[in-house]
Design a protein around this ligand. Structure first.
Ligand code: NAD
Length: 436
């Protein structure tokens, strides 16, 4: 099948590459000329495990192409994916300007029946708006399908190639047939394609992200309470996660969720509720708790240094909003860096993938280090923000020799309390007793 993917970010590039891997001919369209030129020159613009190999293979075999021209990109395409940004607008609702702009442009370009698939996360009712925008100038029949994406950054290729489920919102039999054919190679193990109407599909995506954000936040609140009552949140996690009704995943307490999806999607769903005169109390709390959770370690840092932070150097391990990605959108690290700089600290940071993105954002206001240990040289304390696996079993002796004080503020609970006690560290973590 000939496919066009409009918007070549984390979702679009993974979608395009994976569908070319299953034998389709895919053209990726993006208005970012630098990005398209980079890809034409054989460079993958984002870090996503497994993506490079697929990208190079399919480019070499002529199934994956790139262009900045929408007209050229959709030439002959039976299906057109929209994988465009839907950032929060000023009032918190999802900003649909990118999607509606492309929908407007698409109308006059369609030459035969085409299925236009919305892969972006969009508020309920958007597929109708997209349909109206295209219909204004379209001369041929078309269908607009809602096909929300559930991939996780960091394991996006795996998630896309073997999805737990595929949700497809359409009431058109013709579109259903095209979609089933397209996804058949990805659900061979029997995972379901769930068909529903467009509005329900749009809502499903928000419900999934809001539920997951709530699950994390619930656990963070349990952690906060654990600190006050002298319980250990890791034990609680094990104790409740083994209940199959609760499940083991998404129960790790930490310094809040970030990323390009949970914060904006929770906010957008709250906005949808508000527009429908419904107060979604849980979402309001989730947003509030997460906001505080992100900088939860700061009072402890201040306390440790007797409120004298001016001139202190803090090493930060991890900048990405989670491991295995270079994405720093809404990353808790950024909030902590801002607050520490404001308090007069210097920052020495290390992240295996996200440093170029942070440097593009913050310039040289913080120091970027070649490895985790360089960040510790002459630092007054270590703060751990992202749970990259390489931070899990560091050389503690080496750390000792580099850090000025044996103190770790761990926002991801990487180490056992007994180990920290034995090593003689002052160790602050989330939802567990402080070791001093
Ligand atoms: P992104 O910002 O990484 O990529 C969007 C791309 O669209 C950019 O490359 C941008 O240049 C391009 N673009 C903007 N306007 C354009 C236009 N008029 N024509 C062509 N290209 C244009 O975004 P993303 O993370 O891939 O997210 C896209 C959508 O998918 C969002 O709605 C998001 O909520 C949703 N989503 C994201 C994830 C994720 O993990 N990132 C997961 C599921 C769903």
């Amino acid at each position: 099948m000939k496919i066009a993917v409009v918007g070549t970010g984390y979702v679009g590039l993974v979608t395009g590459t994976c569908f070319s891997e299953t034998g389709n001919h895919v053209t990726c369209v993006d208005i970012n000329e630098a990005k398209i030129n980079q890809m034409k020159a054989g460079k993958v613009p984002i870090y996503e495990p497994g993506l490079e190999e697929l990208f190079h293979r399919n480019v070499a075999e002529g199934r994956l192409n790139f262009t900045t021209s929408l007209a050229e990109g959709i030439e002959g395409a039976k299906v057109i994916f929209l994988a465009l940004p839907t950032p929060p607008g000023e009032d918190g609702s999802a900003d649909l300007k990118y999607i509606l702009q492309v929908a407007n442009d698409l109308g006059p370009l369609l030459k035969e029946y085409t299925v236009i698939i919305d892969k972006s996360t969009v508020p309920v009712g958007t597929s109708e708006l997209v349909k109206e925008a295209i219909a204004q100038k379209a001369q041929v029949p078309f269908d607009v399908v809602s096909n929300p994406e559930f991939l996780r950054e960091g394991v996006a290729v795996e998630d896309f190639m073997k999805p737990d489920r595929v949700v497809i919102g359409t009431q058109s039999e013709k579109a259903k047939e095209v979609m089933a054919k397209l996804y058949a190679p990805l659900v061979r193990q029997g995972n379901p394609i769930i068909f529903m109407d467009e509005r329900s599909a749009e809502m499903t995506k928000y419900a999934a992200n809001a539920f997951l954000a709530t699950k994390i936040t619930f656990m963070n609140e349990i952690a906060n309470l654990c600190e006050l009552v002298g319980a250990n949140v890791d034990d609680i996690r094990r104790g409740i996660g083994t209940d199959s009704r609760i499940g083991k995943r998404f129960l790790f307490a930490g310094i809040g969720y970030g990323g390009s999806c949970f914060p904006k999607d929770v906010q957008a769903l709250a906005k949808t509720s508000e527009e429908n005169n419904y107060q979604f109390h849980i979402l309001d709390s989730v947003m509030k708790v997460n906001e505080n959770q992100k900088t939860k370690l700061l009072p402890q840092v201040k306390n440790y240094f007797n409120n004298e932070l001016v001139g202190k150097t803090i090493a930060i391990w991890g900048l990405a909003f989670k491991p295995y990605t270079d994405d720093i959108r809404e990353a808790p690290a950024l909030y902590n860096i801002d607050a520490l700089l404001e308090a007069g600290c210097s920052i020495k940071a290390y992240d295996p993938e996200a440093m170029p993105n942070v440097q593009a954002l913050l310039g040289n206001s913080i120091q970027f280090c070649k490895n985790p240990y360089e960040a510790l040289e002459d630092a007054d304390a270590l703060m751990i923000v992202t749970e990259w696996p390489q931070f899990r079993t560091p050389d503690f002796d080496k750390m000792d020799s580099l850090l000025k004080n044996k103190v770790i503020f761990d926002g991801r609970n990487l180490y056992e309390l007994s180990q920290m006690k034995e090593l003689g560290y002052t160790y602050y973590s989330i939802g567990r007793q402080t070791i001093q």
